[in-house]
Write a protein that binds this ligand. Structure first.
Ligand code: C2E
Ligand code: CA
Ligand code: CA
Ligand code: CA
Length: 279
């Protein structure tokens, strides 16, 4: 039994070492890929739940790897976050999203009324230089600030809520829209929610996807929507895959929806076709 325990520890240490080597390998590859500009923003449509018309897009990072093909964020965002490389990655995606949305705006009148939502990581949000960076990117791309939305997760904004009020106020003063992402998975304080200059809450897809199997999720969503509306916030539901989910969310008075029912995240050209066809 003693030998067994020892073997287990050896096996565990071996695994740990491999894990560390793997993180280092991914880190080096990420650095190379950032220089080589291998990250692409994909765009997932967000629609008005009432009539299915286009409301905007969420930009989602994809790694177009020369050997591995397309790599999803689950595989590189955590490493990028741990190594701080997320800051550079985040600005590349932000720049692409603003530039692309502005090109659409110049081609299709409807795009003037669309917003592109960009995810802001914990590390980016903590940087005091973020508002200036956003301002610079808006200027370079020519995109009006109200066509840009920043998504910051509930966990991140609530981590140091007092500090977040300031950072959110700086960002809001640029005229951008602010959205609290993955809402419902963290612990929000109502009194802070009221102090945040946010425009919308995004209900985490886990609630949407459990809605039918576990109906208590319907009541959670109802409570979130009612609270959000009483604070004059709009509500986006993500992860909508079925018409039944869409109908339920609409009956719960969610404002906007996003999910495979409408479209997967699309490469730039296909997303442009989506805009063109809505124009
Ligand atoms: P998120 O911000 O919560 O984004 C929503 C995720 O749900 C996306 O996964 C999207 O593809 C996926 N999704 C959308 N509709 C459906 C659906 O109907 N069913 C299912 N099962 N999934 C759906 P994705 O693109 O893999 O991104 C995962 C996470 O990676 C994002 O979660 C976000 O936290 C992070 N991420 C992606 N791009 C960026 C980025 O540019 N910067 C930062 N900081 N994080 C990013
Ligand atoms: Ca332009
Ligand atoms: Ca998001
Ligand atoms: Ca989410």
């Amino acid at each position: 039994a003693k030998e067994d325990g020892k073997n287990r520890i050896v096996a565990y240490e071996q695994k740990m070492r491999e894990g560390i080597v793997n993180v280092l390998a991914v880190e080096n590859d990420l650095k190379r890929a950032l220089k080589a500009r291998e990250f692409q923003a994909y765009y997932q449509p967000i629609v008005n739940l009432a009539d299915g018309t286009l409301y905007g897009f969420e930009a989602l990072a994809r790694w177009i790897h020369p050997e591995r093909g397309m790599v999803n964020p689950g595989e590189f965002i955590p490493v990028a976050e741990d190594t701080g490389l997320i800051v550079e990655l985040g600005s590349q995606i932000l720049e692409q999203a603003c530039t692309t949305m502005n090109q659409w705006r110049e081609k299709y009148p409807i795009a003037n009324n669309l917003t592109v939502a960009v995810n802001i990581s914990a590390k980016q949000f903590a940087e005091s230089s973020l508002p200036t960076e956003v301002e610079d990117i808006l200027q370079r791309s020519g995109l009006p600030s109200d066509n840009l939305k920043l998504e910051i997760t509930e966990t991140v904004v609530m981590l140091d809520a007092m500090k977040s009020v300031n950072q959110l106020n700086f960002l809001k003063s640029l005229g951008v829209m602010l959205s609290i992402d993955d809402f419902g998975t963290g612990y929000s304080s109502m009194s802070y929610l009221q102090k945040f200059p946010t425009d919308q809450l995004k209900i985490d897809l886990s609630f949407v996807q459990r809605m039918e199997k576990a109906p208590e999720n319907i009541e959670i969503i109802r409570a979130i929507v009612n609270m959000a509306h009483s604070l004059r916030l709009r509500v986006v539901a993500e992860g909508i895959e079925t018409e039944r989910q869409r109908d339920l969310l609409y009956s719960l008075q969610c404002d906007y929806g996003q999910g495979y029912l409408y479209s997967r995240p699309l490469p730039e050209k296909e997303a442009e076709d989506f805009v063109k066809n809505s124009d």
